[in-house]
Structure formats: structure tokens, C-alpha cells
Design a protein. Structure first.
Length: 370
């Protein structure tokens, strides 16, 4: 437990520092009164406007923001897990965005073109997205194992192939929705109601089953990596592939399996986006959640539970960012907080040295108790 806390502390300090720095930036440019109002509004928009609920008794003041935060956190959790799983075997999966896109398209096609009972239909869409994402990630894995092609190059190139293939051709061409009269409909056809993810809090909130699936995926990944022999093998591969190979571990198979799981998680993020909120593949997915997964994995120190914590925080801040516009702060300001936190996490050595220096300054008896 103590080791886990010490591992998480640099990330916690980085996030706290980024929040303080961004608050000061708003305060110096807009006035500290406006900064307090803007950040308070962001928190109410992220985690529920509890004062308004106490005053009016309107449950929507709490449930609606929590729903928006939860839906965004689910996407960030899945893409963060995608990057973190690849990290475990020493790979850098920059292709989560492309894997998310093909997964989202697969879910949209199965959801709109296939007729199935509700529970079966939802499951079929999720499986189609996971398989599509896994297959899209297999290419870089096989190129890495058999030809030594660096996964950063192959995955980032596949991102742009996905953009051209999905959004610049299929969504606006063969798979576009049928026009209604003189009105053109952007994106693919609407999903059947049987393919939509069930909402957890009724019509008062957009929080859906995807949030629970993301939490289960994070818990399952943590158990697999820390309690199963295959998880330990993946860790050995990530620490030293040659030593793992000398120990009898099939390194190539481990890399392929890990990248397939990473792609499946990114594909599931696309399914949750399509089945939970968009209800079709839109003309453009908008926010680059696949790239945000890199930030979640780094801020979460590559640990599945750390990734989930980072996703919950930044999913909430993004949901509340729209309310900051009332005080002259752009709604994308939480992304600035995220970017600064990522920059500070990248300077982890500074935090490690600072914490080590503080530990040396403890009195002998206090250090002995620690």
C-alpha cells in the first residue's frame, strides 16, 4: 500500500500544481473573483450542483452533471487502459484514436443494420467494436514482432488511415444515412433502440451502462496484471524482453496479445460513444479521446486503477468546463489543466528528487516510523 501511494504521489502533486497554476492564470487575467466563480462553476458542473439541489430539491441539478462526467470518464478510462496495457509490455500505443474510430464504426453498423433483441443487440455491438479495435491494433504488433517496425510509427500512421477510411469515405459515402426529403443527414444511420446502452439514472441523466463497463474493465485489468501468471509475463517482457525470452516466455506472443487487448479497449471506447451518447457515427467524432488516453495512462502511472482515477477527475472537469464560459473562460480550459498536468508528470524526476529530499529532512525517529 505504501509503495502504491509513493508511486501515485508525483501524479497527485502534478495535478494539484496544474490546478493551482491555471487558477492563478485566470485570476491574473480575469480577476480572482471571476476565477473563484469560474472554478466553482466547473466543480458544480463536474460533480453536481449540490447547493442548487439543497435549495430547490431538483435532482437534475446533481444527476445531469454526474451523467455528463461519467460518460466522459468512461471514454477516458477505456482509452487510458488501451495505452496502459501496451505500456505493460513496453509498447507505446499511440494508435488508440484510430482503433476507437474503427470500433465506433463497427458498433454503428451493427447497431443500425442488424435487428436483434435488446440485450443481445447491445452485446453484439460491443463485441463488434472490440474485435474491430483489436484487429486494427494487430497490424502494428505483427510488424513489431516480425519486422522490427517501431509501434509509434505504425500506430500513428494508422490513425490517419482510419480518419481517411472512416470519416472521409465510409461515413460520408457508402455508410451515410439516407437523406430525408431535401434534408441531408450527417453521419451514419441512427442506431435501433435495442442497440442503445441502457441509462442508469433514467431520462434525467445520460449516465449509461458504459460507465459500469469501464469500471469493470479497469478492475479486471488490474486483477489480470497483478494476480495472473500471464500478467506477470507481460510485466517481465516490459521490463526486459531479452531476459524474459531467456526465461522461456514467448515474447512475440505476449506483444501481440497485449496490443490486441489494447485495441479492444479502444474499440470499446468507440462503442460506448456511439451506443451511449451519439446513437450513430457522427460526421466527426469531435474530441480526440484516443490521444487523451495517453494522458490518462501517464498521469495514472500506467496502473489500471490510477488510469481510472485520472479519467474520473478529468472527465468531471471536462463536463464542468462548459459552465466556465459564463465567466469569460473558454470551455476547453480543463484540457489546458490536463495538458499542464501531463507536462508536470513527464518531469517525474523533479518530483522524485523533491520527495526524496523531504524524506531526508525528517527527524530520525519519524523516519524510522515511516
Amino acid at each position: 500500500m505504501r509503495k502504491s501511494l509513493s508511486r501515485a504521489l508525483p501524479s497527485v502533486l502534478a495535478v494539484a500544481t496544474s490546478l493551482v497554476a491555471c487558477f492563478l492564470a485566470v485570476g491574473l487575467t480575469r480577476g480572482f473573483g471571476s476565477a473563484v466563480d469560474a472554478f466553482t462553476a466547473m466543480l458544480w458542473g463536474a460533480f453536481g450542483d449540490w447547493p442548487r439541489y439543497v435549495e430547490t430539491g431538483n435532482a437534475g441539478a446533481v444527476l445531469r452533471p454526474l451523467g455528463e462526467a461519467g460518460t466522459k470518464a468512461a471514454l477516458l478510462t477505456f482509452t487510458g487502459l488501451s495505452v496502459a496495457v501496451a505500456f505493460r509490455v513496453g509498447l507505446f500505443n499511440i494508435g488508440a484514436q484510430g482503433q476507437l474510430m474503427v470500433g465506433a464504426l463497427a458498433a454503428a453498423v451493427v447497431g443500425a443494420q442488424v435487428q436483434l433483441p435488446p440485450l443481445v443487440h447491445v452485446t453484439a455491438c460491443l463485441l463488434a467494436a472490440a474485435v474491430a479495435g483489436a484487429l486494427y491494433a494487430l497490424g502494428p504488433a505483427l510488424l513489431k514482432v516480425h519486422r522490427g517496425v517501431h509501434e509509434v510509427i505504425s500506430t500513428i500512421m494508422l490513425n490517419w488511415i482510419a480518419v481517411s477510411l472512416v470519416e472521409n469515405w465510409l461515413v460520408v459515402g457508402p455508410l451515410r444515412a439516407t437523406a430525408s426529403g431535401d434534408n441531408s443527414i450527417p453521419g451514419t444511420a441512427q442506431l435501433h433502440a435495442s442497440a442503445e446502452l441502457p441509462r442508469l439514472l433514467g431520462e434525467s441523466s445520460r449516465l449509461n451502462l458504459g460507465f459500469l463497463l469501464a469500471l469493470l474493465a479497469a478492475a479486471g485489468t488490474w486483477l489480470f496484471l497483478s494476480r495472473f501468471s500471464k500478467g506477470y509475463e507481460w510485466r517481465a517482457i516490459g521490463l526486459n524482453a531479452e531476459a524474459a525470452r531467456a526465461g522461456g516466455i514467448d515474447v512475440g506472443k505476449g506483444l501481440v496479445h497485449a496490443m490486441a487487448l489494447a485495441g479492444a479497449f479502444a474499440g470499446l471506447a468507440g462503442a460506448v460513444l456511439v451506443q451511449g451518447t451519439e446513437l450513430k457515427y457522427p460526421a466527426s467524432l469531435g474530441a480526440p479521446y484516443g490521444f487523451d488516453g495517453i494522458a490518462m495512462a501517464l498521469i495514472g502511472s500506467g496502473h489500471p486503477l490510477g488510469v481510472t482515477a485520472a479519467a474520473l477527475l478529468f472527465g468531471g472537469l471536462r463536463a464542468g468546463g462548459t459552465r466556465m464560459q459564463l465567466f469569460g473562460v473558454h470551455k476547453s480550459f480543463p484540457e489546458l489543466i490536463q495538458g499542464l498536468a501531463l507536462l508536470l508528470v513527464a518531469a517525474r524526476l523533479v518530483w522524485d528528487r523533491l520527495l526524496a529530499r523531504l524524506a531526508k529532512k525528517k527527524p530520525p525517529e519519524e523516519a524510522a516510523r515511516a
